[in-house]
Design a protein around this ligand. Sequence first.
Ligand code: GLP
Length: 241
Amino acid sequence: MDLIQVDHYDEMSARASQFIINKIRATNKFVLGLATGSTPEGIYRILREKNKNGVFSFQNVTTFNLDEYVGLSEEDSNSYRYYMNDKLFNHVDISKDQTFIPNGNAADLKAECQRYDERIERVGGIDLQVLGLGMNGHIGFNEPGTSFHSKTQIVDLTTSTRKANARFFATMEDVPKQAITMGVATIMQSKEILLLVSGDQKADALERLFNGKVSNDFPASRLKEHPKVTVIADQKATHCV
Ligand code: GLP
């Protein structure tokens, strides 16, 4: 894993968005894996601006999001489809048929997971997957104990993840208990990975990622076995590494 240390969140967002834009511009067909949460919000702001200014286009880009809550509709402001529309898709030159997010409201969730993996395969796999890091080492919604062989799957969220995400919901009870997430194996099949880590609250997780062993107790550790991972992290997150 290559580590790029930057001073602060804004610099992380600037470096990461430039990284993504360079890749998109270098080819005429690009498959981009996207993440949600607070970490990539700055990147989406920059991508919106640069797209508007004509620096690059999403015309030849297909996107696949990592995960989605089970049971929230697309119109629910806490669904990841809503987040992506609001933070990026509604503001750039991308159409809905270029963007994929698991449907957490599908009648048959298991079939939806399989369909999602098939769609990724059909476009030739993900060229670059953007990832955030959960405080307990989760990637996507793959919680500690998850199998490294898992493809897109339905998962139960841990209390700690539900608590960490409760800030977006009115009450803790409103936080869904399940999600659909690309599995660790799906993520590992991406040709390249960009992991973004910012803030004090992620420092222990980043330290464990770099200095700990590979174990499914800490799902992100599996990334150490991927041939092409770049980590961009700010000073607050890297002070223990
Ligand atoms: C969430 C999401 C992940 C995200 C991670 C970190 O639960 N499912 O995709 O990367 O946790 O979130 P944040 O960036 O808000 O810290």
